[in-house]
Design a protein around this ligand. Structure first.
Ligand code: GDP
Length: 138
């Protein structure tokens, strides 16, 4: 079993699609073992995305991520990091495969509905950014 950190981005909460995206997650046999709806501060967004701080879109990305509430969640399943990335689809929804969350829900390359950890190591770091072990129930 492996855990991954998922974020439902502000375009999802704004359009009232939390349940629709969660249905995709659960249908793919990933378990939502922790979940919280929060409003990120600019400082938190900048810290979470620090790895992207030198990219041209860093400022825009952080502004977008604080433009409304997000839902942070821990997903569990076999090979969950890779399987969730596949379910999410390509960063740019125009390139995302049919049936993926981004293909069906994303508004743009920026407002692309979901975040998922890109490695097991990063998942551990990203989960601990938002959750204490006592808040995660298998
Ligand atoms: P991911 O792993 O598929 O989420 O993609 P990245 O790690 O490359 O980028 C992180 C996030 O930054 C993406 O999910 C988008 O929300 C945003 N992003 C990526 N590329 C661009 C871009 O060219 N312009 C803007 N404005 N945002 C971008």
């Amino acid at each position: 079993m492996e855990r991954t950190l998922s974020i439902l981005k502000p375009d999802v909460t704004r359009r009232n699609l939390t349940g629709a995206v969660n249905a995709r997650i659960e249908s793919a046999d990933l378990r939502i073992i922790a979940q919280r709806r929060i409003q990120l501060t600019l400082e938190q967004a900048q810290k979470f995305y620090a790895i992207h701080k030198d990219r041209s879109f860093f400022g825009e990305l952080c502004s977008y991520m604080i433009s409304g509430p997000v839902v942070v969640q821990v997903l569990e399943g076999e090979n969950s990091v890779e399987r969730y990335r596949k379910l999410m689809g390509s960063t740019n929804p125009a390139n995302a495969d049919e049936g993926t969350i981004r293909r069906d829900f994303a508004e743009s390359i920026e407002a692309n509905s979901v975040h998922g950890s890109d490695s097991s190591e990063n998942a551990v770091v990203e989960i601990s950014f938002f959750f204490r072990e006592i808040d995660i129930t298998e």
